[in-house]
Design a protein. Structure first.
Length: 294
């Protein structure tokens, strides 16, 4: 009986290169993560520092953290409670979400499910509005709302949301609705359903991921909007959070209270973060599915 010949050892060169590549990839990812998270960590640490140490100190976190910056927010800004700013922002963001979901979903249903003359042309023109810079329309819109005596109200900020002027969300919902099988529409029409019933009872439930995605981005955009409220709102009592933080400036345009400004910036992140965490499951579902259930 002959002895078994031992198998030759496997070359380690390929395995070593694979491990080195994986290590380099992980190190690069950690470096990118550190760059991305550094501003957030800096804001958190600065919110617990005295104002004089925020600019001069190089430490991310103070040796002796203080809560004075957060306690100062309870006193308000210029005799205006920060609760007022948050209520105004919630009114603006909530109204924007409702307007986008209603108007854009109805418009998307018309483009995706109803055949009418000029549908493709109108859809192309709507997509073309994405190429228009916001600043091009700013002056004529302001003049129009000024003549209508709607300045210093939330109407100029919310009216466009209820008229489906956000072409991106219309496009998102159209693409989602086009993937739904037409057999569902045909079965509903055989049962005597009209377009409104089909839209409400069949299309909207299947488009929940697209609706939640649009709601998340709309809420974030409205909450962080600075240009719109700056142009159309004049009274401090109607300011949103983004404008309320501007009131920390002094007459020279320099922040007089860095600690309060950064503390309010950190607090202003919480509603957006909570809103995203509450609906992120639907956002992930929208990316992972085509809208068909069962």
């Amino acid at each position: 009986m002959s002895a078994t010949t031992p198998a030759p050892p496997k070359p380690l060169g390929g395995l070593g290169r694979k491990r080195a590549g994986s290590l380099a990839w992980h190190i690069g990812s950690l470096l990118v993560l550190a760059v991305v998270l550094y501003p957030v960590v800096w804001v958190i640490g600065a919110s617990f520092k005295p104002s004089k140490d925020i600019i001069n100190s190089l430490q991310l976190f103070p040796a002796h953290p203080i809560l004075k910056n957060f306690k100062g927010l309870a006193d308000g800004i210029a005799d205006i409670s920060i609760r007022t700013f948050f209520q105004n922002s919630l009114l603006y963001a909530g109204g924007a979400v409702v307007g986008i979901l209603i108007s854009c979903s109805l418009t998307a249903y018309a483009f995706a499910k109803i055949r009418f003359a000029g549908r493709n042309l109108l859809f192309s023109l709507m997509i073309g509005t994405l190429l228009l810079p916001y600043h091009v329309l700013l002056i004529p819109q302001y003049v129009m709302f000024q003549k209508l005596e709607l300045i210093n109200t939330y109407v100029p900020l919310l009216l466009g949301k209820y008229l489906a002027t956000e072409a991106f969300f219309v496009f998102l919902m159209v693409q989602f609705m086009r993937n739904l099988p037409r057999e569902l529409d045909e079965a509903a029409r055989i049962d005597g359903c009209g377009h409104l019933r089909i839209y409400w009872s069949i299309v909207l439930p299947l488009c929940r991921p697209a609706l939640i995605t649009s709601a998340i981005f709309t809420f974030i955009n409205a909450w962080n909007d600075f240009m719109g409220p700056l142009i159309y709102l004049n009274e401090p009592g109607k300011y949103t959070v983004s404008l309320g933080m501007m009131m920390f400036r002094d007459s020279d345009g320099v922040a007089a209270n860095y600690g309060g400004l950064i503390a309010m910036s950190l607090v202003a992140l919480l509603p957006v973060l909570l809103f995203f965490l509450a609906f992120q499951r639907y956002l992930i579902d929208g990316m992972a599915t085509s809208g068909l259930k069962g």
